[in-house]
Design a binder for this molecule. Structure first.
Ligand SMILES: C[S@@+](CC[C@H](N)C(=O)[O-])C[C@H]1O[C@@H](n2cnc3c(N)ncnc32)[C@H](O)[C@@H]1O
Length: 253
């Protein structure tokens, strides 16, 4: 059992420790799971997660000694609060997230920081689908405009920022927004290509990549021009690249 003891001349104060690991587990394949993530998962008494990240860590979960809770957007709040209340001093909980925790997950992570208290939360970064897409398309992330539309908040300002980046000749690496029940909020590859075209971009010349199911056995790659994306459907689990990279080596400087 682990607990923090704060020694004071007058008294010994024992602080309750209910530690939460918020862990990025990579885009799907366990090959992209770091040792740091594995260590946190293995020592946790409770594991709470969405179906997809739970499947990534399946092989290292021991259901005979760890309590595992699969949640959805609708059930997560109740489970987080319930486990926080139930956890005893010295117990650990892991919440796995697809890819990196610090990319396109803040709507949930910010709530976890509120429930568990920032001081009790350790964030363990993971490899993002954005990084894997960048690697596949040979795009340096430091030169690209990187954006997620996979948020519930309004995305109009982000759309304008992306447009500006394309006009400036920068590459873009993005996560689209699947919202099939409300087509006005759905902003997948087809809608993105149309948005760029009606905003004045020549999409017949704009090179794009779409990667579905990255790192898994279902992985696909589409390479073409943005105009080809209009009317095309891709899986929710996809990342897109607008490729305007101009190669510049140290010989250029
Ligand atoms: C809520 S965001 C989470 C992003 C994640 N934190 C990351 O760093 O990759 C979910 C979106 O990430 C993208 N994504 C996650 N895993 C992916 C994969 N294996 N292949 C392609 N896209 C993926 C998809 O666009 C998916 O809809």
């Amino acid at each position: 059992m682990q607990s923090n003891i704060i020694r004071h001349p007058a008294a010994t104060v024992r602080i309750l420790v209910r530690k939460l690991f918020v862990v990025g587990v990579g885009p799907g394949s366990p090959k992209y799971l770091t040792d740091a993530a594995k260590e946190a998962i293995v020592k946790s008494h409770y594991i709470i997660g969405y179906k997809y990240p739970l499947s990534t860590i399946e092989a290292i979960i021991d259901k005979s000694s760890q309590q595992v809770f699969q949640v959805t957007m609708q059930t997560q709040e109740g489970v987080y609060q319930d486990i926080y209340t139930k956890m005893k001093d010295g117990e650990y909980c892991t919440i796995p997230f697809t890819g990196d925790v610090n990319f396109s997950e803040s709507e949930v992570v910010d709530r976890l920081l509120e429930i568990f208290g920032s001081e009790n939360v350790e964030v363990i970064p993971g490899i993002s689908s954005i990084q894997v897409a960048a690697a596949k398309a040979h795009i340096p992330t430091d030169k690209a405009f990187i954006v997620t539309f996979h948020v519930t908040d309004d995305i109009e300002a982000k759309k304008q920022e992306m447009l500006q980046a394309v006009r400036q000749g920068r590459s873009v690496i993005l996560l689209p927004r699947p919202w099939p029940r409300d087509r006005s909020k759905h902003f997948m590859q087809s809608e993105i290509a149309k948005f760029l075209r009606i905003s004045g971009i020549d999409t017949t010349k704009l090179k794009v990549w779409v990667f579905e199911h990255l790192t898994t056995e279902k992985e696909t790659t589409f390479k073409g021009t943005a105009i080809d994306l209009e009317g095309k459907e891709f899986n929710d689990l996809s990342a897109m690249v607008v490729d305007q990279t101009k190669r510049q080596t140290y010989l250029n400087f």
